[in-house]
Design a protein around this ligand. Structure first.
Ligand code: K7E
Ligand code: CUA
Length: 672
């Protein structure tokens, strides 16, 4: 280590020892020497030590930010503390999750059932973009939304208890990608199609792609009072089958508008075994695709005026209406664009072109002027007015290879991920010049800066979300984790602070929110709360009123859980009975969660303090089934158990046939 660095390391050691009460020169010198030894022993550079000091969070200390990241195919949301990079939670969303008992009780089964499609239960999802609820364009810390690209679903998570409350789907579309993105006051949550299909889930041969296949943007109305999306008050805009991609809502200067990009003006639809080009080359022929500019407030009005038709229960504003009434405009965007991100002041829209080295910065003021003056550059084949590229842009910034997604800070800088270059570029919004780049490991997708897509970004931190991690972590076989890399934005140059392997693929986007905006509850009140419906559950059980009742619809078990027993702890039923378990956790102490597992019946509940759960099932197998608590809740946790006894309806119905016993040896002839 060169001498000046050594001196700086000693200064660091001084900083360290200043925290302890003993600041005598002797102790400092010893501390410095000890730190030097430690750095040497662990082969750490001065930058490593700085990174450690910037992220290390002592036990009991809380993080400044929460990062809500997509959990990819897990259908979950991963919650990470920043800057410590500690994983705090996986929120179960689109898929059953046993620890949280999600998808095991009647309440959460009903949530998952909201996402059934074509009569099928779906047990995976492809989550891409989480969206925190906003007020006036700023995160308010109340709700989180996330879309499922594969199955065109949208979920609502309440951040009061970090629990999924609702999943909706519309059969009008078959997939999405630009989801979820919220309008500045969370009036609507936006879900934009990816792969076009005939609207309404009907059949039409692929050869009718141009005529019958369509994309669209669903505006799911959010009822903040109820904390739920309201399908009745939602609507969709019909789009040509251009393969829409990402979305962002306008804000401040561009409030009332929304922007979507697309990648297929060629209208290619594959068929590489039928004499047509494969999708990837078919869709990359033209130099320009179309940025969709949507006046959603006008669309909302036209829908209210009865201009929509209903398809699969969704109000759909027809393409010709949008084109004629000034709802939809197209502006060319360079080759295979990907991200579309509105600047904090709402004045510009940044689009990254995967196959172009530029980021294109569109000016909303220019777009709006062209629209107001009806200065159109012709129409697309579907009759949608086109705006001239050169008249709509403020400029282009030469970013590097494969620009994708852009975030913002509080100093007038933008950050754009460069997929092909495996780097993130920092550039000035004012003069559209790159300031510096930081490498990522590897194949960076989205980035997430602290509140970096709101009207008031914080700067501070940036997370690079990388798809490949090859040489970063101890090898775990051919399927490697993804890699979240934390970057310090306050230094010049930016500094890489931490690599966090994410063993849930494939995350796409994340949002980072100031931790003090969230006020999660620690316990459910009143005792016996239904976390999904809210308030006291219909079948909540009071301590002392536990009972088993046989009714016309089956056996109702009103049970309580408290350290360290279930009451009742023996349940006797007959084979074939329908069982209704109603279990209330009477605990009101933080973290006093009980589990409830029932052997062989595929039941595992998580009963958080004050929570009530109902489970309905058929006791179709006779036998003796232990039930027990699955959380180590007390010293007598193992004793928190009981029996579920199912008496066979027909004698020996379920009794295994005994192995034939060998004929007994003939008894010895007794002696006379
Ligand atoms: Cu670029 Cu789905 Cu936002 Cu992946 S998307 S990276
Ligand atoms: Cu309750 Cu263990």
């Amino acid at each position: 280590m060169p001498l000046p660095s050594l001196r700086r390391a000693l200064a660091l050691a001084l900083m360290l020892s200043a925290c302890s009460s003993d600041t005598s020169p002797q102790a400092t010198a010893t501390g410095g020497a000890a730190l030097q030894d430690l750095m040497k022993a662990r082969n750490l550079s001065e930058d490593d030590v700085k990174a450690a000091l910037k992220t290390f969070t002592p036990t009991g200390r809380l993080d400044e930010y929460y990062l809500f990241g997509s959990g990819g195919h897990s259908g979950q949301v991963v919650v990470v503390g920043v800057p410590s990079m500690r994983i705090l939670k996986y929120i179960a969303v689109f898929t059953p999750e046993p620890w949280q008992g999600y998808g095991f009780d009647d309440q959460t089964k009903a949530v998952l059932a909201g996402g059934r499609r074509h009569g099928k239960d779906l047990t995976w999802a492809d989550t891409h973009h989480p969206a925190l609820s906003e007020m006036a364009g700023d995160y308010d810390g109340k709700f989180l939304f996330i879309g499922d690209k594969a199955n065109a679903r949208m979920a609502v998570i309440d951040l009061a208890d970090f629990t999924t409350k609702q999943i909706v789907t519309s059969h009008v579309i078959e997939s999405d990608h630009g989801a979820a993105f919220v309008t500045p006051n969370t009036d609507y949550v936006i879900e934009v199609t990816q792969y076009p299909a005939p609207l309404g889930g009907v059949y039409a041969d692929i050869s009718t792609f141009k005529e019958k296949y369509r994309g669209g943007a669903i505006f799911w109305r959010f009822d903040r009072e109820k904390g739920r999306l309201d399908p009745e008050r939602s609507f969709m805009l019909e789009f040509p089958p251009y393969v829409q991609d990402l979305a962002d809502a306008g804000k401040l200067a561009s409030d009332g508008y929304a922007f979507f990009n697309s990648i297929n003006t060629e209208l290619a639809y594959g068929g590489n075994a039928e004499g047509r080009p494969p999708m990837e080359s078919g869709m990359s022929q033209n130099d320009m695709d179309y940025l969709h500019v949507v006046n959603w407030r006008l669309a909302e009005k036209l829908v209210a005026d009865g201009k929509a038709k209903t398809i699969a229960g969704m109000k759909v504003l027809p393409l010709e209406v949008s084109a004629a009434e000034g709802v939809l405009f197209f502006v060319p965007e360079p080759k295979s664009p990907h991200g579309v991100d509105v600047t904090p002041d709402g004045q510009d829209i940044v689009v990254g072109g995967k196959l172009d080295t530029h980021g294109t910065v569109y000016s909303f003021a220019k777009i709006k002027a062209l629209i107001d003056q009806k200065k159109f550059d012709g129409k697309d084949p579907y009759g949608v007015p086109l705006l001239a590229f050169k008249d709509a842009i403020r400029g282009q910034v030469d970013l590097g290879l494969g620009p994708l997604h852009t975030q913002f800070d509080d100093q007038g800088f933008a950050y754009t991920s460069l997929f092909l270059e495996s780097a993130c570029a920092k550039w000035s919004l004012k003069d559209l010049k790159v300031v510096e780049k930081i490498p990522s490991s590897y194949n960076i997708g989205h980035i997430s800066a602290a509140e970096g897509d709101t009207v008031s970004p914080d700067g501070r931190y940036l997370m690079m979300m990388n798809k490949w991690a090859l040489d970063r972590f101890a090898p775990v076989g051919p399927l490697l984790p993804q890699n979240f890399q934390l970057v310090d934005l306050t230094t010049n140059p930016m500094q890489l602070l931490y690599d966090l392997p994410i063993p849930l693929g494939e995350p796409h986007y994340a949002q980072m929110i100031k931790a003090d905006k969230l006020k999660p509850e620690a316990i459910y009140k009143p005792v016996g709360s239904d976390p999904i419906q809210g308030g006291l559950a219909k079948n909540a059980v009071e301590g002392g009123k536990e009972r088993i009742e046989r009714r016309d619809d089956g056996v109702h078990v009103f049970m309580t859980a408290i350290r360290s027993h279930f009451t009742p702890d023996i349940i006797r039923v007959k084979q074939g009975d329908t069982i209704h378990l109603h279990i209330t956790n009477l605990e009101q102490a933080d973290d006093a969660t009980h589990g409830f597992a029932l052997d062989s019946y595929n039941i595992n509940l998580s009963l958080e303090p004050g929570e009530h759960s109902d489970v309905t099932f058929k006791a179709d197998s006779a036998g003796v089934f232990p039930m027990y608590c699955t959380e180590f809740c007390s010293a007598l946790h193992l004793e928190m158990a009981g029996y579920f006894l199912v008496e066979p309806q027909v004698a020996a119905l379920d009794t295994p046939t005994p192995e034939p016993t060998p004929a007994p040896a003939p008894a010895p002839t007794p002696n006379p």
